[in-house]
Design a protein around this ligand. Structure first.
Ligand SMILES: [Zn+2]
Length: 363
């Protein structure tokens, strides 16, 4: 077996006088590494421009190497009985990190879990790829203009704006990411306003090049989305992926039509019961039933012939079904049954969304 200098030292072969081992000067001729260190360096060099676009402190190196090298390494280890010498993969990963440091002129740490980026070196097919770990961010937005939908349905609307499209584009651009996936927390529809601290959302930022938020991020972002009536009121990166589903409650101001004689209304309003802690079952024709708590409903006020009220509900509570049960989307009991009034939902605005658990923020 021919062994180059580097592999000789790495495997601590000095004490082993074996006629099976022949030192060679040229790494290319080495049976243990076949000169792959210089190929690793060349592959890293070929992505030097890309690498400098990624913001990272930790890197994990993945290596695909010919299996014959692993077999020879096993053979050698059977001979030397050395179990602690660095393996060929560890050696080449070290070469890759050294080379990255040389290119970027900064310290980079090798990490096997949760590394900022993963560099995959395929030494069989001679190619290299960079995968960056997704970022998770928790934010809140407010919406001060009616009419902007959360997301669009169907292709015909593809050119019109939506909250998902606006915020997604903003985050994609800022983090130089391939894609952004949202989990929206709390209810809202096209005609709702979102007030107070704002509605929370969880964003998964996929393949980001940037991993930190600048001081002026929110100011700059809000400058650009103000014309839509949108504002990001909170935005921070999470240390890790949060457990879902996130539990929360929301408070809304609700406006309903009553269909009653305006003369009768004032006397009726004062007799309306304040509702607290009621379990409501939502029956759906296309999905399993779900139960959600109504935590509070009261603060009834007349607004012309319409009824205005405030309520706090467990996350996922279907206000539309509750105030306007219809076949395939029924609430049991419904608002009408609980309040003893025929009602039809006109609009609702989300005033506040609160988490029922605390989330870990990145420091
Ligand atoms: Zn070698």
């Amino acid at each position: 077996m021919k062994v180059c200098n580097k592999c000789w030292t790495r495997n601590r072969l000095n004490r082993l006088a074996s006629k099976d081992l022949l030192p060679v000067k040229e790494a290319k001729l080495c049976d243990l590494c076949e000169g792959l260190a210089s190929e690793v360096a060349a592959l890293i060099q070929s992505i030097s421009n890309k690498l400098s676009n990624y913001e990272f402190n930790t890197v994990n190196i993945g290596l695909i190497i010919p299996s014959r090298l692993l077999e020879r390494e096993d053979e050698l280890r059977a001979l030397t009985k050395a179990r602690t010498a660095p393996t060929i993969k560890k050696y080449l990963a070290g070469v890759a990190v050294d080379h990255i440091e040389r290119i970027l002129q900064k310290r980079v740490h090798l990490a096997h879990i949760n590394a900022d980026i993963f560099v995959l070196l395929d030494l069989i097919r001679k190619n290299v790829g960079i995968i960056s770990r997704p970022l998770y961010a928790l934010g809140r937005y407010t919406k001060e203009k009616r009419g902007l939908p959360l997301r669009l349905r169907g292709d015909h609307e593809n050119d019109s704006p939506s909250i998902e499209k606006i915020l997604g584009g903003l985050l994609r651009e800022y983090f130089q990411a391939d894609d952004v996936k949202f989990t929206w927390i709390g209810g809202e529809d096209r005609e709702s306003l979102v007030l107070g601290k704002g509605r929370p959302f969880l964003a998964k930022i996929i393949q980001p090049k940037r991993r930190t938020i600048s001081e002026s991020f929110r100011i700059d972002a809000n400058e650009r989305i103000r014309s839509y009536g949108l504002s990001i009121t909170e935005f921070s990166l999470l240390a890790r992926k949060p457990r879902e589903p996130l539990r929360y409650s929301f408070t809304a101001e609700i406006l309903c039509a009553t269909f009653l004689d305006p003369e009768e209304l004032p006397a009726l309003i004062v007799r309306l019961p304040v509702l607290r802690s009621i379990e409501v079952t939502f029956e759906k024709s296309y999905a399993a039933n779900k139960r959600r708590s109504l935590l509070f409903l009261g603060d009834f006020k007349l607004d012309g012939t319409q009824l205005r009220m405030k309520g706090t509900f467990e996350g996922g509570f279907d206000l539309k079904a509750f105030f306007q049960s219809e076949p395939g989307r029924r609430a049991m009991p419904s608002a009408e049954e609980l309040l003893g009034l025929p009602l039809r939902l006109v609009s609702y605005d989300v005033l506040e969304v609160n988490f029922l658990i605390s989330l870990n923020h990145q420091s």
